[in-house]
Design a protein around this ligand. Structure first.
Ligand SMILES: [Zn+2]
Length: 81
């Protein structure tokens, strides 16, 4: 599954209760989550949203697919903005 960084960020935002990443990034509550030291992340392979992850996580462990495939929303945001 090849999703763009923005599509992955949208999926995390939806998991956290926003319609998309743009809405989350504009909301102070969303910014707090994105900029915190333990942020949600998403697996590039199975698209499971898990937390917490370090803000700079780019290949954290995914228990569901036994692979280092989780990227944090903070890291995704760097590629988007
Ligand atoms: Zn996975």
């Amino acid at each position: 599954m090849d999703k763009t960084d923005l599509e992955l960020a949208d999926l995390i935002a939806q998991d956290q209760g926003w319609d998309n990443f743009g809405d989350m990034a504009e909301d102070p509550d969303g910014q707090r989550i994105i900029l915190s030291s333990c942020t949600p992340g998403i697996c590039r392979d199975c698209l499971a949203v898990t937390e917490p992850h370090e803000p700079d996580a780019v290949e954290n462990w995914c228990e569901l697919c036994d692979a280092n495939a989780v990227v944090s929303i903070n890291w995704l945001m760097m590629g988007i903005v």
